[in-house]
Design a binder for this molecule. Structure first.
Ligand code: FES
Length: 495
């Protein structure tokens, strides 16, 4: 993740943002998605706190162990300090991977745990957490679309200087800390102003001040204790460890195509050693992550197994990946348009799972009341969305009726709701997301909406979603039409 690259978007007045409920299919339909049974996706997207707690606890235990040994060796003046400190900085650099995961709200089921992880890792990486979450959303919206992808880090044709900057992180430490100071003084740069909605800016200022205060405390403790050890252990690792994670960042999209609505052509998955995969939170399965970002890190290997036949063969190892990039760079000297040849398996070009049905539509708690609507008043072509049994408990199904797309939700306790099927943040198909309690989670950036009210409950979703009253009649989920005088007064008759 990188918040220092120029981009535009996400302010409430962003002219590039598609209007909510725009006619036609959501923009997310343009992107290729591997065929994956709905039940499998729902299972893989399930959130548990335990998996992430184990992983995060082990990560910090490892980091703490290397840190403690390093401090001891420093105190006794042993040169072995350099070895353990190198390992400590390497592990520290992977706070980038855990922080990235928290950006998506995916590691933990509970929001506060995700946020605690994001804030901790952001401090370790010198990022302001709210900003980086907004910027990273942009990366997923416009992956490798030049001029729009906020994290398009290795432009084609690849230049040696860009590659070196990315791997060494030469500008990152300076740029991130400069941004923190700007935010603390409520003077965010244009990049941040365009990324972060105005009503989130006070929070970014508060966060930046707290972070800077903590950094100043670390520096101050050096003066009090008269040793550089606090800075060496708490601020320098971000710089020393950067090349390892910079290398992995370069490999995510480097040397591949741009402007393609197919993550298999713009993104690289890799097989890497078990320890590296563990540190990297399985982000070596990067195509899989971009295709289904709502799948938590611990389920990415299982997702890879499910869809690997539809994806390019993963690059085997970091070294092989760098050879691909360097080879591309060399070829681009004589042919700037050269890209690595596509490795998309033949015959998988257009396989997409469309959950939207041709025909019926969907929201609001439905009552099972067989006498509620007289059969004579029902326009079955438009008002009947689907059978109740078509929507599994705790799940959501997309339905189209009369040109309107509905996400029909059935909570675990059997209540039925219907909301617009297009996310109000960007333009993703909500019925491809997951239902968590009474909230529907968007598959693109994991924003959430309360399906009982339509209210946006989690960033980056901010605008409410239209809800449509429904009821269950004779085993069918039907739109509940308001009486004519209500429609006249409110003008919101659905369908
Ligand atoms: S499109 Fe961004 S949260 Fe739905």
């Amino acid at each position: 993740m990188d918040s220092t690259v120029s981009y535009r978007e996400q302010s409430p007045t962003d002219p590039t943002r598609p209007p909510a409920a725009a006619p036609g299919p959501p923009e997310s339909d343009r992107w290729f998605k591997a065929t994956l049974p709905r039940e499998t996706l729902t299972r893989l997207s399930r959130r548990t706190d335990s998996e992430a707690l184990r992983r995060i606890t082990a990560y910090f235990a490892l980091l703490g162990s290397f840190g403690a040994v390093s401090v001891l060796l420093w105190i006794v003046g042993s040169w072995w300090f350099l070895a353990t400190y190198g390992a400590y900085c390497l592990v520290w650099s992977f706070s980038n991977a855990t922080g990235h995961e928290a950006c998506h709200y995916t590691p933990f089921r509970r929001l506060w745990l995700n946020n605690a992880l994001l804030y901790t890792n952001s401090w370790m990486q010198n990022w302001e957490p709210v900003t980086v979450r907004w910027v990273h959303a942009r990366h997923h919206t416009y992956t490798s679309i030049v001029g729009a992808d906020a994290e398009y880090l290795l432009p084609n044709p690849i230049k040696r200087r860009d590659l070196a900057n990315l791997v060494l992180g030469s500008n990152h430490f300076w740029n991130y800390n400069k941004e923190l100071v700007q935010l603390a003084f409520k003077r965010p740069n244009d990049t941040i102003r365009e990324a972060v909605p105005v009503d989130d800016l006070p929070l970014t200022a508060r966060n930046a001040r707290v972070f800077l205060f903590l950094y100043a405390s670390v520096i101050g403790s050096c003066l009090v204790l008269w040793t550089p050890l606090p800075v060496v252990m708490l601020m320098l690792p971000r710089v020393v460890g950067e090349p390892m994670h910079g290398l992995l960042r370069a490999l995510q999209h480097g040397g591949l195509e741009t402007e393609a609505a197919d993550h298999r052509r713009t993104t690289r998955s890799m097989y890497v050693s078990r320890p590296l995969q563990w540190l990297y939170c399985n982000m070596n399965f990067h195509i899989e992550h971009h295709m289904y970002p709502m799948v938590p890190f611990h389920a990415l290997p299982a997702l890879h197994s499910e869809i690997k036949d539809q994806l390019p063969e993963p690059t085997r190892g970091v070294r092989a990946g760098m050879v691909e990039i360097v080879t591309t760079m060399r070829r681009q000297r004589t042919d700037p348009d050269y890209r690595l040849p596509s490795r998309v398996p033949v015959g998988t070009g257009q396989q997409t799972e469309r959950r939207l049905r041709a025909g019926p539509a969907a929201v609001s708690p439905a009552r099972v009341d067989s006498a509620a609507v007289s059969p004579a008043t029902i326009d079955t072509a438009v008002d009947v969305l689907c059978d109740v049994e078509d929507v599994p408990l705790g799940d959501v199904v997309g339905v189209e009726r009369g040109g309107v797309r509905y996400a029909v939700c059935r909570t675990a306790d059997g209540a039925v709701y219907a909301v617009d099927d297009t996310c109000t943040h960007h333009s993703a198909r909500l019925s491809e997301g997951v239902l968590v309690g009474c909230e529907i989670e968007c598959p693109m950036h994991q924003g959430r909406f309360d399906v009982t009210s339509g209210q946006a409950t989690r960033r980056p979703a901010r605008e409410p979603l239209a809800t449509h009253p429904v009821e269950v009649v004779a085993g069918q989920i039907r739109l509940r039409r308001p009486p004519p005088d209500f429609a006249d007064d409110h003008g919101t008759a659905p369908g």
